[in-house]
Each structure stands twice: as C-alpha cells, then as structure tokens.
Design a protein around this ligand. Structure first.
Ligand SMILES: *[C@@H]1O[C@H](CO)[C@@H](O)[C@H](O)[C@H]1NC(C)=O
Ligand SMILES: *[C@@H]1O[C@H](CO)[C@@H](O)[C@H](O)[C@H]1NC(C)=O
Ligand SMILES: [Ca+2]
Length: 266
C-alpha cells in the first residue's frame, strides 16, 4: 500500500515535472513572478477587484509607471507571468496572463485571457502596470539563507509601499523564518501597515499571519519549499521597519531547537 502510494506520488511529481520543469533547482508547479519584463500586477488596498479604470491608472502612476499595454503584458506572459486575476491595462482593456491552463483559471486557455475594451470604466478590477525601473522591493528569492528587510531598512520605511517576497528553495526543503527586528505601525487589527506571511506560492492560499506593532513574531516554519511575504504600508505614519532571516533545510526543522546557536550563548 505504501509502495503504491510512493509510485503514485512519483508519477504525479514526474507529470508535474514535465508540465513545469525545474528552474534554479526548484520544482515549479506554479509560476508567479512579481515582476516580468517590467510588468506587474497590483490590487487595491481593499482587496481584489476594487479599482475603477481611473483608480487603476492612479495606482500605476503613483509608483512611477503606467498601465501596461497588451504587447507588454503578452511579452511578460511569454517569460512566465501567470496571475489569476483580471486587471485593467492600457486603454481600458481588461484581462490577465495565463501560463498554465487550469480548471479554475483562464477557461483552459494559455496566453492573455482578454475581456476586451470595457465600455463601463466604473467596473472594478485589479491592474497591470508597466515600469521597467521600479524600485527594488520584494522579489523571488532562491538562496538557501538570506536576510529580508523592509525597504530602506535600517531607516524607517516610507508610506505607500507594497512588497512581495517569494521564497523558493529546493523541492523537499523547508523554510524557517526568524525575526531579528520588528517595528511596524501599530493598530489593533493591523489595517494600516502590516507584514503578512503565507505558506504558499502566492498571497491567496496558506495564510499564516498578519503582523504589526513592535513585538517580535515567533519563528515560522513552512510546510513545503515555498513561502510568500507581503508588506504593505498606507499613506501616513511609518515606523522602524523589520528585518528577518530565512533558512532552508533538507531535514524537517526541530521546533524545540533555536534557529541560530548564537542565541543560546548569551
Ligand atoms: C458600470 O459598472 C458599475 C460597477 O460595476 C455599475 O455600478 C454601474 O451600474 C455600471 N453602469 C452602467 C451604465 O452599466
Ligand atoms: C529536538 O531538539 C530537542 C532539544 O535540543 C531534543 O531534546 C529533541 O530530542 C530533538 N528532537 C528531535 C526529533 O530531534
Ligand atoms: Ca502607516
């Protein structure tokens, strides 16, 4: 029975491998690049599908970019941008880029799922911006160990920041986050500024927690080889920011042991 299970798993993994392949030693069964060829996806602070066309334009402009054109979105899709959320792009068109056909996304289509030019510009969608010189904030991290910090750290972070870090280590590994410093504008439900952690490739599944204030969060260990961190700050009041370290491991982490031996030496 166990052998059967193993064979089944092996076949499944093989099938996935053929569909996606390894890149940087990581098995991808989902590709979600924060930024591809200068194109990136944004949603409203209020969540998914909240932006009118004018608001969508303003979101891109705020970050020094513009609405992406169809050609830019297509170029990004061709190098792997896959986002399962419809957004405005240039001239009032709405659509999204799909790399892998799925039952729940894109109607089985690969390429740009195009809802066309919208007559009603008050409809609410997400947005696809284009900015080839966007400030470094977030990214896809594949190192075995690395420090992640809020933009500008150790200076205070600025208002209106949106950063996504996608950690992807080798298939079969786990990731452990350890917080070194934490100071994010405090409010009782972390609505103003926050850091969110997901045990997943994206910020849709695997929600672990939302953090603000100045209490150091406990270590967080992933269940698989990927994790996503999302940092948002609103339009007023900043704070010292945060710094954390992640570490990948081939064997499951022993949660009763401290991450770093130095910690026990004081
Ligand atoms: C345009 O879309 C908005 C939001 O979906 C809706 O409230 C409004 O009634 C629509 N206007 C027209 C003319 O269809
Ligand atoms: C985990 O670490 C603790 C403390 O070092 C040790 O007592 C325990 O045996 C370890 N557990 C495993 C499964 O290795
Ligand atoms: Ca703030």
């Amino acid at each position: 029975m166990r052998l059967f299970g193993l064979i089944w798993t092996a076949c499944f993994v093989l099938e996935e491998t053929q569909a996606w392949g390894y890149r940087n030693g990581i098995l991808h069964n989902s590709i979600w690049l924060e930024q591809a060829a200068g194109v990136y996806h944004r949603e409203s602070r209020k969540g998914r599908y909240h932006l009118t066309y004018l608001e969508a334009k303003a979101v891109c402009k705020f970050e020094g970019g513009k609405l992406a054109t169809y050609e830019q979105l297509e170029a990004a899709q061709q190098i792997g941008l896959h986002v399962c959320s419809a957004g405005w792009f240039d001239r009032g068109r709405v659509g999204y880029p799909i790399v892998k056909a799925g039952a729940n996304c894109g109607f089985g289509k690969i390429g740009i799922v195009d809802y066309g030019y919208r007559l009603n510009k008050s409809e609410r969608w997400d947005v696809y911006c284009y900015n080839p010189t966007a400030k470094e904030c977030g990214g896809v991290l594949t190192d075995q160990q690395r420090i992640i910090q809020s933009p500008g750290y150790p200076e205070e972070y600025e208002d209106e920041q949106i950063c996504y870090w996608h950690i992807r280590v080798r298939y079969g590994q786990q990731i452990r986050l350890r917080f070194l410093d934490f100071d994010v504008e405090d409010d009782s439900v972390c609505l103003a500024d926050y850091l969110e952690i997901y045990d997943s490739y994206d910020d849709i599944w695997g929600f672990v927690g939302r953090f603000c204030g100045d209490e150091l969060p406990e270590d967080i260990i992933s269940s698989g080889n990927v994790m996503t961190l999302k940092f948002l700050s609103d339009s007023s009041v900043t704070a010292g920011g945060f710094q954390l370290e992640y570490l990948a491991s081939d064997v499951p982490f022993n949660t009763s042991e401290p991450l770093s031996p130095q910690l026990t030496n004081d």
